[in-house]
Design a protein around this ligand. Structure first.
Ligand code: ASP
Length: 310
């Protein structure tokens, strides 16, 4: 059984000035996740490590560097899921937490619930001694300027995913040497979203899903569209019917475009190590590590292969 990790850094019209840093960020995160698998770590440990690396990277809209809501504040959503047991944990609308994916994992492992939201999630973080930071410490100068520029959510959102500027939600999927799959997704959501808006990212079956019987998926793109078609589960339902992970992703994203005019992207891995990175937006930064080394791309049909850095 060969281990695989795939990561994405968000599907949208990534401007040229962010392209290089986005690709470098996903490559580094994929290597981070793979090093966990190589040491015999679980798929769950690998996706958490990869997503933490992306949350810590200010280029991406998750953790440090997240987009701001209508009040100019950070509100973060994340999910993690274990394909072996279907255990999952999620948090939504949390503040002051730099690695929401790890809080989601704590919800999964230390509570009997699947999701905690807002103040309850923050109280739980405090109760387990998770370090918090002042919200402002997570806001980059870049995001503050963009937020000022695009205060109009209504014109913003449809443009975001279907043409210009936006996001960089992050995600990872992995299969480990034992054939267990896992997924994780983390986001700041959509710039200028209403206070309390929760998108797809933390919602099981929409922003992510993992099941050893079919595979693991992490999604990105226009959250309200992804929610309407429960994109992660839709992709896996095609896999269950015998389609390849690549065809399943393409069919599902096309369905989302046709049915609700939403664009986005998805990464998928199957328990046997098949994987795909697919998107209908202009660009999506993605990277994968498998037995053939490091793969990565940004533009449609772009796929490079390199040896793993030593
Ligand atoms: N799906 C995320 C959301 O709607 C945004 C993104 O993927 O960039 O919250």
């Amino acid at each position: 059984m060969s281990a695989v990790v795939v990561v994405h850094g968000g599907a949208w019209a990534i401007p040229n000035e962010l392209a290089k840093a986005s690709v470098a960020g996903v490559k580094a995160a994929a290597c981070e996740g793979y090093s966990v698998l190589k040491r015999g770590g679980s798929a769950l440990d690998a996706v958490e490590a990869a997503v933490r690396a992306l949350e810590d990277n200010t280029v991406f809209n998750a953790g440090h560097g997240a987009t701001l809501n209508a009040d100019g504040e950070v509100e973060l959503d994340a999910i993690i899921m274990d394909g072996k047991t279907l255990a999952n944990g999620a948090v939504s609308s949390v503040k002051n937490i730099t690695n929401p994916v790890s809080l989601a994992r704590a919800v999964m492992e230390k509570t009997s619930h699947c999701m905690l939201t807002s103040t309850g999630a923050n109280q739980f973080a405090e109760s387990i001694g998770m370090v918090t930071v002042p919200s402002e410490a997570m806001v980059t100068a870049y995001e503050r300027t963009e937020w000022e520029k695009h205060k109009n959510y209504v014109t913003g959102v449809m443009e975001d995913f279907n043409s210009q500027w936006a996001h960089d939600t992050v995600g990872a999927v992995a299969v480990d040497c034992a054939g267990n799959v896992a997924c994780a997704t983390s986001t700041g959501g959509i710039r200028n979203k209403m206070v309390g808006r929760v998108g797809d990212s933390s919602i099981i079956g929409s922003g992510g899903y993992a099941d050893n019987m079919s595979g693991a998926v992490s999604c990105t793109g226009h959250g309200e569209s992804i929610l309407k078609v429960t994109l992660a589960r839709l992709i896996l339902s095609h896999v269950e019917q015998g389609k390849s992970v690549s065809d399943s992703s393409q069919l599902s994203l096309k369905y989302m475009g046709d049915r609700v005019q939403g664009a986005g992207g998805a990464i998928v891995v199957s328990p046997s190590g098949q994987w795909a990175a697919t998107f209908t937006t202009e660009r999506m930064a993605w990277a994968a590590v498998d037995h053939d080394g490091l793969w990565f791309g940004l533009d449609p049909n772009e796929r490079h292969n390199e040896q793993l850095p030593q």
